[in-house]
Design a protein around this ligand. Structure first.
Ligand SMILES: [Zn+2]
Length: 457
């Protein structure tokens, strides 16, 4: 074990919103102590859904009743259909909270998965009160993250809001969560491999003029990257209900959330793989009417982004070259292209705006390309060192119960690969997709991915 890797406690210290995270058997018994220590409160309000109420809500209520803590009310989203992180649900919660007489002295307790937590997180932040989180599945990295992933006007946006002040996670409860939730969390954690590679790319392209391409912050890099493979290997049996594995997975996800708190952004933990998943979120990707989880979309995105990156960096002699006669698009040509790609989408206007904001001029694109060509050997080895080779990644995800082929999440292989085009248009956050696009290599990489007998099969 590398002793330079920060512990969970170190990462909690680096985070400036969350004050305490309990991850232990029976830790719900300590919720009254958390309330006394960190909150000024007269009552609590419980938010859960039909499933998470059974899994944890009842026990939390018993503990609160036992400590004679006043419960001002309770709201339970239905168990079915699967809860959506729609902004309208935030409005609903705000209405419930605002109707309480002593709102400022009431602590909402979010008992549930990533969606319940995100909804409560944003609702309380709009009302200016803190909350406590009781996670019921190791399914996402969002519990401890700054911001909430909310579907707003058809587009998944990360809305700003502080992380919970305290959390209490019981590994026995996490281990009993449905297997698909733990494998979703595993996929979300594995995606940090790509986030790391994209951060390296951004840090090189940024000084050449690439927009929104942050430099590497060593402290935060060390929180998320050096220990990542170890944590993934320890978490592999989480979906099988192994309490130690699910605990390792939850702690790994919690650390990435703390990294987001410390960084005040998602750069350290989300890259091109999440862009694929954002597109599928907008498309309401579902199987037999049941929405595919965030983590499973991210899993396929991670496989696709790994394939894309491996193809781009395949040649030891230099980056892929643009096709003969390649010409970069003018802003008006680009606007038309993006507009056509998102025709009819509620997100159309915002994506067109973003794509134009991140369109670099020819001179800047050339500068970025030259830097990669001049330093190819060194950059290539840094990126390939960071990536888990595709075959190994696929084996690891497979042993954790994650989906491995796009067809499993109701996507054709061709459509999954073609998603790269829309993914590249979406966020102004420099990644491998932008680099390939700026260097005129984008379509060539996609064609190679399409022809490959290995990738996404
Ligand atoms: Zn994620």
């Amino acid at each position: 074990m590398n002793t330079n890797i920060p512990t969970l406690a170190d990462c909690l210290k680096a985070a400036d919103e969350t004050r305490e995270l309990l991850v232990s058997r029976g830790c719900y018994a300590e919720i009254p102590a958390l309330l006394d220590k960190y909150y000024k409160y007269g009552a609590v309000y419980l938010v859960s859904d039909g499933n998470t109420w059974e899994a944890a809500g009842k026990r939390v209520k018993e503990v609160l009743d036992g400590a004679q803590i006043k419960i001002a009310g309770e709201f339970r989203f239905p168990a079915e259909p699967r809860l959506h992180a729609e902004y309208s649900n935030i409005g609903l919660l705000k209405e419930k909270f605002s109707a309480l007489s002593g709102l400022k002295e009431t602590v909402p307790i979010a008992i549930g998965g990533g969606t319940v937590n995100d909804l409560v997180k944003r609702a309380v932040s709009e009302l200016g009160i803190p909350y406590l989180c009781v996670p019921t599945a190791a399914s996402v990295d969002g519990y401890t993250a700054y911001g909430a992933a909310i579907l707003l006007n058809g587009c998944k946006e990360t809305l700003e809001c502080p992380a919970p002040l305290t959390l209490a996670a019981d590994p026995d409860v996490l281990a009993k969560a449905p297997a698909y939730l733990s494998s979703s969390g595993f996929g979300d954690l594995a995606s940090k491999i790509i986030a790391g590679a994209d951060w390296i790319i951004a840090s090189i392209a940024g000084p050449q003029g690439a927009p929104v391409a942050e430099q590497i912050n060593e402290k935060i890099w060390n929180m998320t990257q050096p220990g990542l493979l170890d944590v993934l290997n320890h978490s592999v049996n989480a979906a099988k209900g192994d309490a130690d594995a699910v605990r390792a997975l939850f702690e790994g996800l919690a650390i990435t959330g703390f990294a987001m708190q410390a960084f005040k952004g998602s750069r350290p933990v989300s890259g091109s793989e999440h862009l694929f998943s954002h597109v599928w979120e907008m498309d309401d990707l579902s199987v037999d009417g049941v929405p595919v989880t965030h983590g499973h979309k991210v899993t396929i995105g991670t496989l696709a982004a790994t394939a894309f990156t491996e193809i781009f960096f395949a040649d030891p002699n230099g980056p892929p070259v643009p096709p003969k006669g390649f010409q970069r698009l003018t802003p008006s040509q680009r606007m038309l292209e993006v507009s056509n790609a998102f025709k009819g989408s509620r997100a159309h206007d915002s994506v067109v705006k973003t794509a134009l904001e991140k369109l670099v001029d020819d001179k800047t694109a050339e500068k970025i390309g030259q830097t990669f060509r001049d330093n190819w050997k060194d950059i290539r080895s840094r990126i390939l060192d960071r990536l888990l080779p595709y075959a190994e990644l696929k084996a690891l995800l497979g042993s954790a119960g994650c989906p491995l082929q796009p067809e499993v999440v109701n996507l054709s292989r061709h459509d999954a690969i073609a998603t790269a085009r829309r993914a590249q248009m979406m966020r102004n956050k420099y990644c491998i997709l932008d680099l390939a696009w700026d260097m005129g290599a984008f379509e060539g990489v996609l064609a190679k991915m399409e022809e490959s007998p290995v990738y996404l099969r």
